[in-house]
Design a protein around this ligand. Sequence first.
Ligand code: AMP
Length: 397
Amino acid sequence: MKVLVINSGSSSLKYQLYDMSQEKVLAKGLCERIGIDGVLKHKAGDKEQYVVNHTMKDHNDAIKLVMDILVSKEHGVIDSVSEIEACGHRVAHGGEYFTQSAIIDDKCLEAITDCIALAPLHNPAAVMGIKACQNVMGKDVKQVAVFDTAFHQTMPEKAFFYPVPYEMYEKYKVRKYGFHGTSHRFVAQRAAAMLGKPLEELKLITCHLGNGSSIAAVDGGRCVDTTMGFTPLDGLIMGTRTGSLDPAIVTFIMEKEGYSPKEMNDFVNKRSGLLGISQLSSDLREVEEAANQGNHKAQIALDILCYQIKRYIGSYIAAMGGVDGIVFTAGIGENSATVRAKSLEGLEKLGIAIDPEKNQVRGKEVNITREGFPVQVMIIPTNEEWVIAKDTVNLVG
Ligand code: AMP
């Protein structure tokens, strides 16, 4: 069965075509600058990347172009579009409607559209991508939605309520939702496989550390808490996002700097985090390098990140009454030996220590626990597209 995985942004569209019978990616690519002019970057198997300028006035045009390239003589990987049996879409927000992935029908699309109020930057793009696939591929090709929030819907009320008046939840659905759920679910399942134990018997802490970062407490396969909140701004310091703040700082800075709500939103989302503190870069590689060369602000940024990871790990051990495994994933989690080492430094009394030599790996699935320590620390590369493809097959059958 061939499945197309789609991740739509407001002016971009990423795609991967899977052959699920061989568990293989046949081709992948990216449409950029949709609605502006249009660039397609396409890679088929081991062939060189093919880049072409092509006008795409909307997501319909982008999907049409993807279909054309997938069947083209020179760059294609299939003979006919009809070989694609289903499409899986990444959808940022499923609100309280979705606790798992779902086949997209009118009711489902209505619910995703309803969640635009909660994810005004992300859900409109998902809706555009879904509608474009329905238009271009026809109603016979099943569409499936996989939500970043769904995995976290198992959180108990004490974890997801914010202490603001209850009517804010009733009127506007203000609560913690959590994000990166597809990634947390995937690495938790992989961790259980690596440890050779049923997921239901494990207490895991999964650290998805990338440009956006979140940590989840996964008890018996169910998420019981996570660091991102009502939006993906909450929790850890990120590339350009603040993470958690004393909320009074927001109004204080708005008054002092004369910022509008929109300007303040940009300030906390785009000008803060590692970039804001280091005054150098949102990219951890550059921050690490500068810190190594004695740049004090870069060192503070790196230290904040590692200290916060440690604090959340500690709090999730308390929340779950113990931990069997800690997982590091995504760009930073998979690649930065420094962040992994510093985040877990000094936790020997909690049964946590990593082997400095085993820790010197990048992007590989590996157990890096120091011998004799009970808590298993693992690096597990995430693969959200794979989960979307797998969920699609499972739902479509
Ligand atoms: P992601 O959002 O998952 O693509 O992760 C992006 C982040 O991973 C950026 O902050 C990168 O600097 C970081 N990253 C990627 N490779 C490395 C590396 N080798 N060492 C440290 N950080 C890395």
